[in-house]
Ligand binder design. Structure first.
Ligand code: GAP
Length: 489
């Protein structure tokens, strides 16, 4: 499917659309409408339930978006968080140099030194896509948004480019609060900001986006994962760095076979597999997911090894929706050096150590985009999203068959009882019943309940299933239980 199609459908249905459209939008910034807000909140809720509430080792944090700028010096973001940029000598437009080279060659140029990219642009004869002008030498551009804090000149700070650093700087306190538990996972969901050179592809490359991250700290001398038996045989499409060097394609294999013998290897496998299981659970198509090991030159400055979970976005090809990075002891060591304080944990024998970190990091917007691609379907006359009930924007819609004869009052009563029970329901009495079904199919509502004349006689209602379009009659008093049972399936 083409990204433009999903972009149009999403805008029309009130999922997400360019911010401030009346002023021509603003590149890299989107607003979420009523349907999209529900969908995105459901994704975040499901993630928190799965990885925080249902994970014995993991606790939550909500750190600030702007923090002491020393954090970004210590983390290496001031020095290293760059993308390569080239400027058109004729029209002044700026481009991400590696993307232009990738478009010209079909091969990734991520992480190549600027001189090599300047040379490649010259040799390949790449010109400005806008005006055909000559492109300048490639230089590095820092992606952090800076801001001034308070009314003082020079009080420069940054909007966080990742949520992770708030977890690292708070490690000494959080470790104490967690009663010196090790391994310890700290999770956070929140906004991140990057001054992307060329934001594009709808929700894929944004300047303001959301992350769901876990920093999972463990003792390198005690790095066994107690759940390893459960995950070691899990198979997925995998593309290792070696396979890429040999020019091979992804193939189905055990994830555990793709991770080399490094400290915390079992935890890396565990987090990759748990991520894949969760993707499947919320309805991201497994056949469109693969795990790709990043090539050494692609890795972020802190990474000792990174495995991306990529989704096949039709016209856009395979793209990262989650990264699982082995950050070693990099961040805690850097903060310890810069703050002049210990960032350590202690073993039962009293010896101290710097914990290592495995970091699974999901982009909320990209997960939602993968869900939109996975769930969209055209079935005869119907255009619909086949969302799983757990993430569907609305769980159920309630309609009176006609808006007279006391049916609206009865339908409203049922609607209120669903809301009282915590089920996200909508009420609609406008237009023909067929059109109302179509409207709910479009936004992916799994069930529609209709109150008809028989309901007045025997207190039953019909429940229509979005996917099969079959209807069953259920006593109104049993509707809540009926829905709850299917939400669990
Ligand atoms: N803390 C690690 C980290 O930030 P990353 O690979 O740069 O690693 C993690 O980002 C995830 O955040 C990505 O897998 C992606 O889903 C999301 N992400 C990164 N940049 C993004 C952007 N410009 N727009 C939307 N999502 C983005």
């Amino acid at each position: 499917m083409d990204i433009r199609k999903i972009t149009d459908v999403a805008a029309k249905l009130g999922i997400a659309f360019p911010t401030a459209e009346v002023y021509g939008g603003y590149a890299g910034f989107y607003d979420w409408g009523p349907v999209g807000t529900e969908l995105k909140n459901n994704v975040k809720r499901s993630w928190w339930k799965e990885f925080v509430h249902a994970s014995h080792e993991v606790v939550g944090l909500d750190g600030s978006i702007i923090t002491n700028p020393e954090v970004w010096k210590a983390s290496g973001h001031v020095e290293h968080f760059h993308d390569p940029i080239t400027v058109c000598k004729k029209c002044g437009k700026r481009y991400r140099a590696d993307h232009l080279i990738e478009e010209a060659t079909g091969k990734s140029a991520e992480g190549k030194p600027p001189e090599e990219m300047s040379e490649a642009i010259r040799k390949l004869g790449v010109k400005c896509p806008e005006c055909g002008g000559e492109l300048g030498d490639v230089v590095l551009f820092n992606l952090m948004f800076s801001t001034q804090v308070g009314p003082y000149e020079g009080s420069l700070s940054y909007l966080r480019p990742e949520t992770a650093q708030l977890i690292f700087v708070n490690f000494p306190r959080l470790y104490q609060i967690a009663r010196k538990r090790m391994p310890l996972g700290i999770a956070q969901v929140g906004k991140a900001f990057r001054n992307e050179i060329s934001p594009r592809n709808f929700l894929f490359r944004l300047r303001e986006f959301e992350q769901m991250e876990i920093e999972f700290f463990f003792d390198p001398e005690d790095d066994k994962c107690p759940y390893y038996e459960k995950v070691k045989d899990y198979e997925a499409l995998v593309l290792t760095a070696e396979m890429q060097e040999r020019g091979e394609r992804e193939k189905a294999m055990k994830v555990s076979e793709a991770v080399p013998d490094i400290p915390g290897r079992e935890w890396v496998v565990y987090w990759i597999v748990r991520s894949l299981e969760w993707f499947e659970k919320i309805g991201v198509r497994k056949d469109l997911l693969r795990v790709r090991e990043q090539l050494p030159e692609e890795r972020a400055h802190y990474s000792e090894g990174t495995w991306d979970v990529e989704f096949y976005f039709g016209s856009m090809g395979w793209k990262e929706i989650e990264g699982i990075a082995h950050r070693g002891t990099y961040d805690l060591r850097r903060h310890s050096e810069h703050a002049g304080k210990p960032f350590e944990a202690v073993r039962s024998d009293g010896t101290k150590f710097t914990p290592m970190v495995v970091e699974p990091s999901w982009g909320v917007d990209r997960v939602v985009l993968a869900l939109l691609f996975s769930a969209y379907d055209e079935d005869g006359k119907r255009k619909l999203f086949r969302f799983r009930p757990a993430v569907a924007p609305y769980t159920v819609a309630v309609f009176p068959l006609v808006s007279k004869d006391g049916l609206p009052e009865k339908a409203w009563e049922l609607y209120m009882s669903l809301l009282d029970s915590g089920i996200n329901a909508v009420y609609d009495e406008k237009g023909s019943i067929g059109r109302r079904y179509r409207r709910q199919d479009e936004v992916g509502t799994p069930w529609c309940i209709t109150v008809d004349h028989q309901s007045l006689e025997d207190n039953t209602v019909t429940i229509r299933d979005r996917d099969s379009m079959e209807q069953v009659r259920v006593p109104a008093t049993e509707v809540v239980e009926w829905i709850r049972k299917r939400m669990k399936d």
